[in-house]
Design a protein around this ligand. Structure first.
Ligand SMILES: C[S@@+](CC[C@H](N)C(=O)[O-])C[C@H]1O[C@@H](n2cnc3c(N)ncnc32)[C@H](O)[C@@H]1O
Length: 215
């Protein structure tokens, strides 16, 4: 474990997915990290796991062909769980976040699960670098900010090709549906599945959208 991680009040969760147990080191509570001067942009949403990530991982476990042998980009990875599961299922995975500490936790979480050869991309969606298109772009709970929707549409179109898939998981926020409607208007084809995600002592319904680019 690195000195960066040890600076935080942490705990390690056991999460059952794909018929194995994954260990996930997380910060105990986001509240512990907030100060009076924390700006909206700096709220450390990356530091705890979200139900949407569990729902997306369940979907990946049930549809492993979607990531096996594919180049996979996870946007807004946080603690890295979905990318780690995608790598464990045989994807070539790059984890993106704009918070360096998130990527440090994610790499630690990969290593403590025996998952290796994961790439990271420290980048803000608002200044995203040019990349080779990925076969699959995945993301859990990143659609909560309306003001980032146009930015995310651009990131998705710049990181995908006509043959890519985009898998987005969300706990039924109105903002997610608004984003999906905009994508459908832009010609994307969307299917969805519903999942029950259990995390610590709580459970939440999560929807996973499977988007295919306009042809
Ligand atoms: C609600 S958290 C979800 C984390 C993880 N996907 C999960 O479901 O557990 C949103 C994530 O998006 C990242 N994020 C937010 N704004 C971003 C931006 N402009 N560029 C890159 N990442 C961003 C945050 O740092 C955080 O890790």
């Amino acid at each position: 474990m690195t000195s960066t991680i040890l600076r935080y009040p942490i705990h390690t969760l056991s999460i059952s997915l794909c018929q194995r147990t994954f260990r996930l080191t997380a910060v105990r509570s986001v509240d512990d990290l907030l100060t009076e001067s924390t700006s909206a942009d700096d709220i450390p949403f990356w530091a705890v796991p979200w139900h949407a990530a569990i729902g997306l991982c369940q979907y990946l476990c049930e549809n492993r062909h979607l990531v096996r042998g594919k180049r996979v980009l996870e946007l807004g990875t946080g603690l890295g769980l979905c990318g780690i599961v995608a790598r464990w299922l045989g994807g070539e995975v790059t984890l993106n976040d704009y918070q360096p500490d998130a990527l440090e936790f994610a790499l630690w979480n990969a290593s403590q699960n025996g998952v290796q050869d994961i790439q990271t991309l420290l980048a803000d969606w608002r200044h995203f670098p040019d990349v080779e298109p990925y076969d699959v772009v995945i993301a859990a709970d990143i659609l909560y900010e309306r003001r980032l929707h146009q930015t995310l549409k651009k990131v998705i179109s710049r990181t995908t090709s006509a043959h890519s898939r985009v898998l987005l998981a969300d706990p039924w926020r109105d903002t997610a549906w608004e984003f999906i409607v905009e994508m459908e208007r832009a010609g994307w084809q969307v299917d969805f599945t519903e999942h029950v995600a259990r995390l610590l002592d709580s459970q939440q319904d999560v929807i996973v959208f499977n988007l295919r680019p306009p042809q």
